[in-house]
Design a binder for this molecule. Structure first.
Ligand code: SF4
Ligand code: SF4
Length: 191
């Protein structure tokens, strides 16, 4: 087993503790941003982009336009009385979120290192040992962040934690094999 690069970062959508439906035992499920598919039934469509995504809550918005004036990338516009964010321009700086006086904007997806994620996963190690649980990587599609996924899985194995992945398998064979080398249990989502 090689040593991990625990400084490598990924975009994390959510970390859910005490998951009991994402593999055996009690688990911590790490949801990654980014999916190449656009299934109509997607449970987390806001996780599909592989970047921090800014969400707008129309009900809270008072149309003050502070966010638009603040954005350093000119990524926000008003179209038909709605705030629209051009995610190809957005850098994910969150200045608009901090500037909004009504909390009408929020950010989904946060950059975290393997070390930072592992620290959270390790908090529940006693529950994994007791229940036969561990870490589950999910998404989005974890294969879209192959280096981060592999390093996190390897780091978990180095700490003696059981690893599981939820995947559609949407990647090349090389990428799939590269990521799955340190996976104990695969939940394969056939599309
Ligand atoms: S996160 Fe930054 S770049 Fe993106 S829309 Fe907000 S202010 Fe603009
Ligand atoms: S800063 Fe907040 S309240 Fe003002 S226009 Fe932007 S989203 Fe709406």
């Amino acid at each position: 087993m090689t040593t991990t690069n625990r400084n490598i970062t990924g975009i994390i959508f959510n970390i859910q503790k005490f998951s009991v439906n994402d593999g055996p035992g009690i688990r911590t499920t790490v949801f990654l941003n980014g999916c190449p598919l656009r299934c109509k039934w997607c449970a987390n469509p806001e996780s599909q982009l592989i970047q921090t995504q800014i969400l707008w809550d129309q009900k809270k918005c008072i149309n003050c336009h502070h966010c638009i004036e603040t954005c350093p990338k000119n990524a926000m516009k008003i179209i038909d009385k709605s705030i629209k964010i051009n995610h190809s321009l957005c850098s994910g700086c969150k200045k608009c979120v901090y500037e909004c006086p009504k909390n009408a904007l929020s950010a989904q997806g946060e950059q975290k290192s393997v070390e930072e994620v592992l620290k959270i996963v390790l908090q529940d190690q006693a529950f994994y040992e007791e229940s036969g649980g561990g870490l589950t990587l999910s998404g989005g599609e974890l294969l879209l962040q192959p280096e981060f996924s592999r390093e996190l899985l390897l780091a978990a194995k180095e700490e003696g934690i059981h690893t599981c992945c939820e995947t559609t398998g949407f990647a090349t064979e090389e990428t799939f094999d590269h990521v799955m080398e340190y996976v104990d249990y695969i939940l394969f989502d056939m599309k």
